[in-house]
Design a binder for this molecule. Structure first.
Ligand code: ADP
Ligand code: ZN
Ligand code: ZN
Length: 824
């Protein structure tokens, strides 16, 4: 009899799949795409994914046997596994890193995973062993898989745990993610013991001695219409108490007497949205665009919808989705980040109701596993009622689609589509195109400001192009003006960071009861402190960057590693006490503006104020309801949000964007400023954008003021051609990291030298990056520029070989080499 072997991917960073022997009794069950339990390293157990079954015994190491199998059917489709493989090869990532990015935590158990109870309820229905495990987790709190195995006397606890996790009895710990607690409200319902007409009538009698309680009962009956005795309706506690004007104590007394039950019910913004109102009908111009997309898709795999902000791109998407769903095809709607989802979810749910599955990182792991499973098995476990529309961020390209017909990539130019750390450093837009191709599905890229790469592909005919260059109902695009801060500063006309032009515009808008958005780029100025005597600026002790000043707690924080310290009373260098904050962030803008206009209602939207989804939603809805006059924010305010009363947008500091040391700085500046301008004047009225700069003659600024995207593209693409950048060249950056500076430099030099022997002048560096030390690691970067025409696959093989050679030397064994393909 021939022996079977399985190649499995483990959630650990090793270069290849590992081969294990298939025990005879598991031969039937072990197929491509199921998860198995294997031992790896010292006695550690992992859940791993089978990617291949064959009968070639591996040579060079002793084969271990697979311990067990976790799934009775594959949990990964062939298309998913194909995508994993592509990502691994294209982005030079280990398969284990791809697996880690691709699966929700609940699907990746290992010995070190920490386990918690999902809820406190009894589980009498379970077998004894399962109950014993639950009791142990309850007692021990925060126990690892390994500990649990020991206590239970089980060699392999993973199947048991897998069962309890998918049954929602247990959950795995999520370290990084803060999950959102669902918002809840209290609801009141008749106690089951009094659920009949007779019982209620009797109660009325008995309650005549307690008039307040009687009032509650009466109010409940009148509100809970139609009153079905077998399933009495719930009314909100708030409404009940408001209507009766009795105190909560009375309601509690009723509960204790078993007249009412008080329950918690989850509420989401979605419930506020009107139920299925259907789609709006497209205007003539939008209809043309819609038909244009469809006809272009007959010839091209990818179509770019270049539509100015407010032109109705989202409406066009909605109609395309309807068409796909009617053909029983699935649609993936990608968004660059969660910040954008709120308004879109509401719009899509209105049209598509239950069919929308939302997948993003702020959801708990259990919720994400739920979406994953419903995609795979359907709601009923046998393929019924799968989601056919997924709205998600980057990682939703990893979901188990079965019948994908269309991928919509909204705001395709956004660089948050690119994962920076950890590996795999994949670009979700480019990955989604491969995903689509695996299904023979089409891709629609939508944006008001296409990336240079995408627009180049559209111009060269590789992608289809459809334009939508007027706003819906001919709302005018805003007028943009430059405010010369250099001159204003010299003439002492600046108030804090505000030019007279911007202040005037704000005052006028407020006088007319209109709203204002002020934008400050996060990457530009962040506030720091400086000694006025000797110009010393406190830096992070782990990273080569200045510490950022946070007013809360008077602290200095490193934005790369989180190092935090108090602002010193005296300068550490010269002991002067004259220490001032310099630069400005959103917090500072808010503060200064408040000083200038004490009456103004100001809110702030940035990473600090939007930690949870609810706080983000709160800021948006306050602004929508005009409880706030001015919103100050970072990048977040530039994103697809749609407010009606905004007439003025201010860009506080264009210079820091334009001068950022990166070949995409001009592209980013154009995109950011065009996007944030798009927030001004959405209905009836032309908006105004004021851009503050000390270099008003900068050519990119005049292109922005004239909203001349094509002009910008033409000049930018020439520069890219001249300086050998994308789309003409492919970039691969290799970061070399080590705790010792000399070792880092030596390793980087050795690698660069080796690469030069192969690639010659295509190798640049090693170079010290802007931030040359992060979390105690020194960093040197090597950049390769490879001609588009050359085989990228071959180049990557050669690079990997060079890295292996350098890493093979004793002195460089502990150095990290991280390749980043198409870096951003
Ligand atoms: P974009 O996605 O291009 O920024 P939107 O789809 O958000 O544009 O449209 C901008 C605004 O115009 C939204 O408030 C949207 O509801 C409205 N709108 C666009 N097209 C229509 C239409 N055909 N009928 C009614 N309202 C529309
Ligand atoms: Zn740091
Ligand atoms: Zn000093």
């Amino acid at each position: 009899m021939r022996k079977l072997f399985a190649d499995v991917v483990l959630p650990v960073p090793v270069p290849k799949a590992f081969t294990y022997a298939v025990p005879a009794e598991l031969e039937q069950e072990i197929v491509k795409g199921v998860r198995v339990v294997v031992q790896f390293g010292r006695k550690k157990l992992y859940s791993a994914v089978v990617v291949n079954v064959h009968n070639v015994p591996p040579t060079g190491y002793e084969v271990k046997e697979i311990v067990d199998v976790l799934d009775s059917a594959p949990v990964l489709t062939p298309q998913q596994l194909a995508l994993w493989e592509w990502i691994g090869a294209y982005y030079m990532a280990y398969p284990g890193d791809v697996m880690k990015a691709a699966l929700p935590a609940g699907m990746k158990l290992e010995s070190e995973t920490r386990i918690h109870l999902e809820h406190e309820e009894e589980a009498d229905e379970l077998p004894d062993e399962d109950q014993r495990a639950l009791r142990l987790v309850a007692q021990k709190k925060n126990v690892t898989v390994q500990d649990l195995a020991k206590e239970l006397g089980l060699k392999n606890p993973l199947p048991l745990l897998n069962r309890l996790i998918s049954g929602h009895y247990l959950r795995v710990e999520e370290l990084i993610r803060e999950s959102i607690k669902p918002r809840t409200e209290s609801v009141v319902v008749l106690h089951p013991s009094v659920c009949s007409e007779e019982a209620v009538n009797n109660l009325f009698e008995t309650l005549s001695a307690a008039p307040a309680q009687q009032k509650l009962l009466l109010a409940y009956v009148s509100m809970a219409q139609p009153l079905k005795w077998d399933e009495p309706p719930r009314v909100t506690q708030k409404a009940l108490l408001e209507k009766t004007q009795v105190s909560y104590g009375v309601l509690k007394a009723c509960r204790d007497k078993h007249i009412f039950l008080i329950e918690q019910r989850e509420i989401s913004r979605l419930d506020d949205a009107e139920a299925s109102t259907g789609a709006t009908s497209l205007s003539d111009i939008q209809l043309q665009a819609y038909q244009g997309v469809i006809s272009q898709m007959e010839q091209k795999e990818v179509v770019l919808l270049h539509g100015v902000t407010g032109s109705g791109k989202t409406e066009v998407y909605i109609h395309l989705i309807m068409k796909m769903l009617a053909e029983a095809k699935q649609v993936l709607y990608l968004l660059p980040e969660i910040a954008l989802t709120t308004q879109i979810i509401t719009r899509l749910t209105r049209v598509f109701g239950e069919k929308v599955g939302v997948y993003h990182s702020k959801f708990s792991d259990a919720q994400r596993t739920e979406v994953y499973n419903r995609m795979l098995h359907g709601e009923d476990g046998v393929g019924g009622n799968r989601y056919n529309l997924i709205l998600g961020v980057r990682s939703s390209v990893f979901l188990p689609f079965t019948n994908l017909g269309l991928v919509i990539i909204d705001e395709e130019h956004e660089n948050t589509y690119k994962q920076y750390d950890p590996a795999p450093r994949y670009h979700a837009r480019d990955t989604a195109m491969v995903l689509a191709a695996n299904f023979g599905a089409k891709v629609l890229l939508g944006t008001a400001t296409p990336s240079v790469e995408t627009y180049y592909n559209a111009m060269s005919g590789k992608y289809g192009l459809v334009e939508l260059l007027t706003r819906h109902r001919d709302v005018e695009l805003p007028r943009a003006e430059l405010a010369n801060t250099l001159r204003a500063r010299k003439m002492k006309q600046m108030s804090a960071m505000f030019s007279p032009q911007l202040l005037g515009a704000i005052e006028q808008a407020i006088a007319k009861k209109e709203q204002v958005i002020l934008f400050q780029n996060r990457r530009g100025f962040s506030p720091y402190v400086e000694c006025m005597e000797c110009a010393h600026i406190p830096k992070c002790q782990n990273c080569d960057v200045s510490l950022t000043y946070h007013k809360a707690g008077n602290q200095l924080v490193c934005h790369y590693c989180g190092f935090t310290t108090k602002v010193p009373d005296r300068c550490p260098a010269c002991h002067s006490t004259d220490i001032k904050t310099r630069g400005f962030g959103t917090e500072k803008i808010e503060e200064e503006l408040q000083l200038l206009f004490p009456e103004l209602r100001i809110s702030r939207m940035d990473l600090d104020t939007t930690r949870s989804r609810t706080s983000y939603e709160q800021i948006i809805s306050d602004f929508e309801e005009h409880k706030v006059d001015v919103m100050v924010g970072t990048q977040m305010v530039t994103k697809g949000l749609d407010f009606d009363k905004v007439s003025v947008v201010g860009v506080l500091d264009a210079d820091s964007m334009l001068n950022f040391p990166d070949f995409r700085a001009h592209e980013r500046s154009f995109q950011l400023m065009a996007q944030v301008s798009g927030r001004a004047g959405r209905k009836e009225k032309q908006g105004l954008v004021v851009i503050q700069t000390s270099q008003p003659e900068h050519p990119v600024l005049s292109l922005i003021v004239n909203n001349n995207f094509k002009g910008f593209f033409n000049s930018e693409v020439e520069q890219r051609r001249q300086y050998l950048y994308p789309p003409f060249f492919r970039l691969i950056r290799i970061s070399v990291k080590h705790r010792d500076k000399a070792v880092t430099e030596a390793a980087a030099n050795a690698l660069a030298e080796l690469l030069r022997q192969v690639f010659g002048k295509r190798v640049l560096g090693p170079e010290e990056p802007v931030v040359a030390r992060i979390q105690t690691f020194f960093i040197r970067n090597i950049l390769l520029k490879i001609e588009r025409e050359r085989s990228a696959a071959k180049a990557k093989d050669l690079i990997a070989e060079c890295i292996l050679q350098v890493k093979g030397r004793d002195e460089f064994r502990s150095v990290f080499f991280s390749p980043d393909v198409d870096p951003y």
